[in-house]
Structures are given as C-alpha cells and as structure tokens.
Design a protein around this ligand. Structure first.
Ligand code: SF4
Ligand code: SF4
Length: 319
C-alpha cells in the first residue's frame, strides 16, 4: 500500500493498553484537539503547540543542578521554591518553582534539566519512526489487540494519522481510531478503509449543551457517525457520564436511541463514568482544573443507565 512518511506531533506512546479497544494494544497519542471538554483527562493533548510540563517529584534541587534551569530561563520565570526535605532524607533542598505568568513556553529550561522534571509536552516524529516503535510491541498484541491511534484528535493531523494507518494495515495489524468525530466527512471517507474499529465519542445529544461543555456543536459528529455506520465501519461508541453535564436521563436516553438507530455498525457501547485521575496533569501544566466540585457518579446510577441502554438492544458495558 502506498503511504507517505509524513511528520506528526504526538505526546505519548503507551504499550500494554487494555482500555483503548479490544485486547492488548499500544496507543499512539497525537497532539492537538479542536474540542475543549470540561472533563478532559489529557489536557496536554489539547494544544498543538508544546507546553512546559513540570513534575516537582523529579526535581533534585537547584543546588545539585547549580541553578541550571534558573540560569537557562530568559524570562526569569524559574525560582527556588521553599526548602523541603529531600526524598532520600539527606537534608533540605530547594526545588524549582515556575511562575506561569512569566513563562513563555520557550522550553529552554527543559534542555538543561537532567532529571526531566521539566519537560516538553510532546515531540515531533514521522510515520516511519512511530511504525518502527510500534512493531516492537507486536508480540503483545493479543486477544484481538493491535494499535490505537488516539489524541487529542487524531483526525486533526489527518495526513499523519491516515498514512500511519495505511502503514499498519499493510502489516496486518488491527487498528482502532479513537476520535471525537469532529472532522470533515470527506476525511472519514478517506480513512475508513484502513480502520478496523472506530472508538467514537457521543458526548451530548443537544448541540447547545454540547457546545457549552466541549466548545463545539454536535451536528458534524452525529453526521459522521451516521456516515460511518452507513458505509461499513465498525463502531464502538463511548458515552461519558459526567455529573451535571451529560448525566440527565433524557440526554442519555436520546443517546441510546441514536446508537440503536445506527444498527449493526455499533458493536459495543461503553459508558464512561467521570473520574478524577486527570487532575494531576493540570497541575503539571500549571492549569486550573474546572470540575473541582464534581464527584464520580454512583454505581447504582451507572447500573440503571446501563440497563436503559441494554433495553434498546445495544451491547453495552460500563468502562
Ligand atoms: S519554558 Fe518557561 S520557565 Fe522554561 S525557560 Fe522558557 S520561559 Fe523559562
Ligand atoms: S527542575 Fe531540573 S534543572 Fe531545575 S533544579 Fe530541578 S532537577 Fe535541576
């Protein structure tokens, strides 16, 4: 199959993934997304540009590093934090402290930080580089596993995503595309032959509410879901259940109706209850987490919603 070795920007490759499609998989996370879901678990995926990430736990202290990051910063955005006990209890150290108001994301400090406490949230690569990396995991692709291309929104880097899918398809590797569905229908038509299973999000059935909680309306997303269903795609629909945002029973019932209307294309519906695990990532980027007062939905509520989806004849499970 003819493919092009185009460039792409990613922020992670995770092996042994068991929640990104069937079996055991390796997931490639592309950087950049047109949506801004309030509950986003991967804030580092949102912007196409690199950001400065900071993991204080990895910082060994400015004395040891001889002020490397402080000296590297042209904006004076890095200072010494209050003294704290070193991890090995050898005494007090002063870790780096970032002033996000002053930081311009130039990333010069990441080049001198030997422990990678300061890091860039992503890197540029090529289809061939990612392919070679993925091949190393091939022995783990068990029980229908393979590769998942996720994000961010992988369709936002269409050339990279489509050419990587072509390259993998040639090798007989099972490919999932984890998508928000927010891209031009022509692009979905082009990539369809190379994708074995679409992991497809339906976040809200009311377009005004969808725009309020994700930044975009849902028309294109619903249109693309139907297009894919009518053109032979296999869909695994993912429905986030976020208290106060998507969990109204009427909305979830409409979502179930919509999924059922897509017919046999829908192989599975997964209900994704809200969880808090993404919060730490906001801290690393120096961003404010907006859903501080939201708690995960109760098991009983999730089981009721599960039963409601199943009553539409859908193969549905809790994620
Ligand atoms: S990324 Fe921010 S903190 Fe780091 S050197 Fe540049 S301006 Fe300074
Ligand atoms: S952030 Fe990195 S370079 Fe700066 S003091 Fe900590 S370990 Fe050293």
């Amino acid at each position: 199959m003819v493919y092009k070795n185009v460039k792409g920007r990613i922020f992670d490759i995770q092996g042994y993934a068991v929640h990104d499609g069937p079996g055991i998989r390796t997931t490639v996370f592309t950087k950049g997304c047109p949506l801004r879901c309030l509950w986003c678990h991967s804030p580092e995926s949102q912007h196409r540009e690199f950001e400065l990430g900071y993991l204080p736990v990895k910082c060994i202290g400015a004395d040891v590093c001889q002020n490397a990051c402080l000296d590297a910063c042209p904006e004076g955005a890095v200072a010494r934090d209050e003294p704290v006990e070193a991890l090995d209890k050898s005494g007090l150290i002063q870790k780096a402290k970032i002033d996000r108001e002053k930081c311009t994301n130039c990333l010069q400090c990441t080049e001198v930080c030997i422990t990678k406490a300061l890091y860039a949230s992503g890197w540029d690569t090529t289809v061939d580089e990612v392919y070679e990396r993925l091949l190393k995991d091939r022995g783990f692709f068990k029980d229908g596993g393979g590769v998942t291309i996720s994000g961010g929104e992988p369709m936002a880097q269409f050339d990279f995503t489509c050419n990587l899918a072509k390259r993998l398809k040639d090798s007989g590797i099972h490919i999932c595309l984890d998508t928000t569905g927010f891209a031009a229908t022509e692009l979905f038509a082009k990539i369809l032959p190379y994708i074995d299973l679409f992991l497809y999000d339906i976040k809200h059935m009311d377009t005004k509410m969808h725009k309020k909680i994700t930044g975009v309306g849902n028309e294109q997303i619903l249109k693309n879901a139907r297009f894919l269903a009518e053109h032979g795609a296999a869909l695994q629909i993912r429905v986030p259940v976020i208290p106060k945002l998507t969990d109204k029973r009427a909305n979830l019932r409409q979502t179930a109706e919509f999924c059922a209307s897509l017919g046999d294309a829908v192989k599975l519906v997964q209900l994704l209850p809200y969880h808090k695990t993404g919060r730490m990532k906001y801290e690393r980027l120096g961003w404010r987490y907006k859903l501080t007062n939201v708690e995960p939905p109760a098991d009983e509520f999730m089981n009721n919603i599960l039963a409601m989806f199943q009553s539409f004849g859908l193969n549905c499970q809790l994620h």
